[in-house]
Ligand binder design. Structure first.
Ligand SMILES: NCc1[nH]cc(CCC(=O)O)c1CC(=O)O
Ligand SMILES: [Zn+2]
Ligand SMILES: [Zn+2]
Length: 384
């Protein structure tokens, strides 16, 4: 048998993967494939040869199990649904603001007056949840303690109150951190030497989380990475009598790196000195991530988050393994979103195909919640 006959045989069998109106009948195609195979046995790889001999193993024949599009969908343990998605919103202190964020195509910084018009059509398409980030623009809004984070008139608390009233079914997550509100741009309160004062930071962060929960957040999600903040927040929620109605989602495995760049542009939260490497995890630190996940579960987290997502699929898998009894969330961060957009624009791949592929990887690794800037697109795409 010539090589070209073998190739044409393989090509022929490949073409049967997608059903076509002109495809030969099942019996005919099976017979043809068999006779080609028996002629090819001498030169074919041994696995192919044994797969058709009755005495050999037949488990090497996989294609039949996913030749139909529906059978391919069934291969996934989890398929993306609208209820898995959380959409990030950047809310400013200027009520009428509506400014595109250049590094995050399609995303905007919004004033409080723009929230209802943005969300009404998305909710009609099946949006179930948003995560709120405050972006104070007024230069006076920032100080060393991040006082504006829980300003009752500030963008997050005002946004929570408004959205709770306007959309009672919408699940509201509040990101909890100080970096958008501190003059130095770090995620807590600092010692004189510029390092994080963990004790003061945890006390402050847990006060802010409580204020968001009291303003109507269904879920508070501390992203600051101070040690012990999950326990402190849980205790304050319990003391205030609202722990039974608030989900505590910990950004347990949040890695440092350059993938948060577009977010920091959007939120104006670039640190004024230094970086976040002494509190966000080192990118190679799988063991640290596992310790942080175990610790946060022990301290009372209800959901574990891994962030970024696509470069940390092993960590998502670890989180699911360690936290068998908790949902795992993954944050496909600003840099991941911007990279996919940039590559699609450069013609490297199709945007929608890549958005789905990246999300499939994240779900396959073990996440069942995805924070994604693609949410509005997915609400469309999942309908078609
Ligand atoms: N601590 C605040 C926070 N919460 C979520 C993100 C990143 C989200 C993104 O990049 O999309 C950040 C930025 C950071 O840690 O610098
Ligand atoms: Zn922060
Ligand atoms: Zn306090």
């Amino acid at each position: 048998m010539s090589f070209s006959t073998l190739v044409s045989d393989l090509t022929y069998r490949d073409s049967t993967h997608s059903p076509r109106p002109s495809a030969p009948s099942h019996t005919a195609s099976t017979n043809t494939a068999r006779s080609h195979l028996s002629r090819a046995q001498s030169s074919y790889a041994s696995t192919a040869a044994t797969s058709v001999s009755i005495s050999g193993s037949i488990s090497s024949q996989l294609h039949g199990g996913y030749s139909h599009p529906l059978a391919r969908q069934w291969q996934a343990e989890r398929q993306l649904t609208k209820s898995m998605l959380i959409y990030p919103l950047f809310i400013t202190d200027n009520p009428d603001e509506c400014t595109p964020i250049p590094s995050l195509p399609g995303q905007k910084r919004l004033g409080i007056n723009k929230l209802i018009p943005l969300l009404t059509p998305l909710i009609a398409k099946g949006l179930k949840s948003v995560i709120l980030f405050g972006v104070p623009l007024a230069p006076t809004a920032k100080d060393a303690l991040g006082t504006a984070a829980d300003d009752p008139l500030g963008p997050v608390i005002a946004g929570l109150r408004l959205l709770r009233r306007a959309f009672p079914q919408l699940f509201l997550v509040a990101d909890v951190c100080l970096c958008e509100y501190t003059s130095h741009g770090h995620c807590g309160i600092l010692h004189d030497d510029g390092s994080l004062n963990n004790t003061l930071s945890v006390d402050r962060i847990s006060d802010v989380a409580l204020a968001y929960a009291e303003a109507g957040a269904h879920c508070v999600a501390p992203s600051d990475m101070n040690d012990g903040r999950i326990r402190a927040i849980k205790l304050k929620l319990i003391e205030s009598g609202i722990a039974h109605r608030v989900v505590l989602m910990s950004y347990s495995a949040k890695f440092s790196g350059c993938l948060y760049g577009p977010f920091r542009d959007a939120a104006g939260s670039v640190p004024s000195f230094g970086d976040r490497r002494c509190y966000q995890l080192p990118p190679g630190g799988r063991g640290l991530a596992r310790r942080a996940i175990r610790r946060d579960i022990e301290e009372g987290a209800d959901i574990i988050m891994v962030k970024p997502a696509s470069q940390y699929l092993d960590i998502i898998s670890d989180a699911k393994d360690i936290g068998k009894d908790l949902p795992v969330a993954a944050y496909q961060v600003s840099g991941e979103y911007a990279m996919i957009h940039a590559a699609a624009k450069a013609g490297v791949f199709d945007l929608k195909t890549m958005a789905f592929e990246s999300t499939e990887g994240i779900l396959r690794a073990g996440a069942s919640i995805v924070v994604s800037y693609f949410t509005p697109e997915f609400l469309e795409w999942l309908d078609t």
